[in-house]
Structure formats: structure tokens, C-alpha cells
Ligand binder design. Structure first.
Ligand SMILES: [Cu+2]
Length: 152
């Protein structure tokens, strides 16, 4: 390799690498859809709003705002995603969660009382999916809602 082609190589490689990482994880549909910004309030024993609609391929950013007096979470047990959800929130133990392992849940984030948690995910199939709070007794008491995913 002569000096000129080596310099060309150095210039081209970072561009290719940047393109590769940018396009690899995000489905094509997300390029044209603005992210959905949802703030969902959790308290004893309800979510507000209890129903929301998003689109296939849309980046969904949920802020779980806990205005109650104990830990609550936002969980979707059955939903197909384009990639693994990313969440930042409170840890809570299996004892709270009726034996549900949080690592097996596609969408899960918890928030302490007066705290917040965030979770970001991209639905990949249309449908109606239940969200609920996994803390023992809370779903039965009313902490359940519905997310509708529509075609983009
Ligand atoms: Cu709860």
C-alpha cells in the first residue's frame, strides 16, 4: 500500500464505521417518526393515563412518575420489540414482584415513592398490550392499563 492509498484508507474507514453503527440497530421506520414522549403517573392503585397509543417502529420514551407512597412499576409482559428495552429506575426485589423475574420482562421499570423511572423501547408489531404493576396485589387493585400499537 503506497502512502496516498493508506491515507485514503484512514479517511474512509471511520465514515464506514460510523454509518454501520448508526443504521444497525434502528429499524427504517424510526427515521420518519418522532419519538413518543409519555409521562405515566402511578399511585395507589392506578395509572394515569391508563391507555396510550404508539406506532410500530416508533421510539417510545416512558417516564414513570410515582406520586404514591410505595414503590410502583410499569411492566409489559407480552410485546414484541425491535431491540432490548433500556430502563433506568429503582431496583425492587422478587419478593415485591409476585415471583416475576424482571430480566424476563420485555418492558419493566420501577420508581420509588415520589421518584421517577424511565424506559425506552421500540414496538415491532401492532396489537393491544396490557401494562401493569408487578408489586403484589397492585394489579388486582387496579394498577393495569393498555398500550395500543398501530401500524406507522
Ligand atoms: Cu404498584
Amino acid at each position: 500500500m503506497n502512502k496516498k492509498s493508506f491515507l485514503t484508507f484512514l479517511c474512509v474507514v471511520p465514515i464506514l464505521a460510523a454509518c454501520g453503527t448508526a443504521s444497525a440497530k434502528v429499524p427504517a421506520a424510526t427515521a420518519t417518526l418522532a419519538p413518543a414522549q409519555l409521562t405515566i403517573e402511578a399511585k395507589e392503585f392506578s395509572f394515569s393515563p391508563a391507555h396510550t397509543t404508539v406506532k410500530v417502529g416508533q421510539v417510545v420514551n416512558v417516564v414513570l412518575k410515582n406520586t404514591g407512597v410505595t414503590v410502583h412499576d410499569f411492566t409489559i409482559e407480552k410485546i414484541k420489540l425491535a431491540d432490548k428495552a433500556v430502563s433506568h429506575g429503582a431496583e425492587h426485589g422478587m419478593g415485591d414482584m409476585m415471583g416475576v423475574d424482571p430480566d424476563t420482562l420485555p418492558v419493566h421499570v420501577a420508581a420509588e415513592e415520589k421518584g421517577e423511572g424511565t424506559v425506552t423501547f421500540i414496538p415491532s408489531e401492532p396489537g393491544e398490550f396490557e401494562f401493569y404493576c408487578t408489586v403484589a396485589g397492585h394489579k388486582a387493585a387496579g394498577m393495569v392499563g393498555k398500550i395500543t400499537v398501530v401500524a406507522p
